[in-house]
Design a protein around this ligand. Sequence first.
Ligand SMILES: Nc1ncnc2c1ncn2[C@@H]1O[C@H](COP(=O)(O)OP(=O)(O)O)[C@@H](O)[C@H]1O
Ligand SMILES: [Mg+2]
Length: 243
Amino acid sequence: MEQKTIQSIIRVEQLNSGYQNSHILFDVDFEARENKITIVVGPNGSGKSTLLKSIFGLCTVYSGEISYHGKKITGLAPHEVARRKVAYLPQVDNVFSNLTVMENLKMASYTLDSKTVTQRMPEIFETFPVLRKYEKSKAETLSGGERQMLGMGMALIRRPNVMLFDEPTASLSPKLAGEVLSKIKQMRDDFGITVILVEQNVKRALSMGDFVYLFANGKGVFKGKPDELLKNPELGKLYLGIS
Ligand SMILES: Nc1ncnc2c1ncn2[C@@H]1O[C@H](COP(=O)(O)OP(=O)(O)O)[C@@H](O)[C@H]1O
Ligand SMILES: [Mg+2]
């Protein structure tokens, strides 16, 4: 049996990447297993967002390899990565403020045929009931948490295999943050989505993650199960402010 084939859907090997001449990630190894939630934590500026952007084809890769289902995707453009059913939800707002909730969802599904959209729309409203309530409201009138839900709904309607989340709970109240994270878990459970989640709220993220990576200064400094990281007082104190 070959060890390497354990259901790893995204694999990053010895990645060196950054922004043109600005080298940010150094020899990063990373994998996300199928149907699991893999958390990425670390201080500000440690390269978490750069990892997601590298996977999604938004960074310059100097060396190393990124693969999806065992096939190389290094250097592909974002739309080509998206075509492989990888969805990226960036840190900034990713909805069209001037459009209604329904229009946003339709916009997100413009590449799908109308029969598929008709089938999937009710599932989106089932997963995110709040969106049904605001179906005809402009996205700009939604709260931060509701906009996150809309962003997730827009990704979900395309039925991704992998979702990359960059701090989806940033600037949300603890209650809303909890709701957003539980929706992410629900999408994993109901739709079999593999999740890579960059999260600031370490303790909460670790409680829902299957695996965790800790980044510092552009390098992976820990990889393991969340409780192993929580039990490691040195790493927690040094990088995460956990005492
Ligand atoms: N577009 C960019 N161009 C140049 N440098 C960038 C760009 N985006 C981020 N960086 C730099 O990359 C480093 C890592 O940033 P980032 O991946 O956003 O960290 P994190 O998400 O962990 O806070 C930082 O030093 C940041 O200034
Ligand atoms: Mg970031």
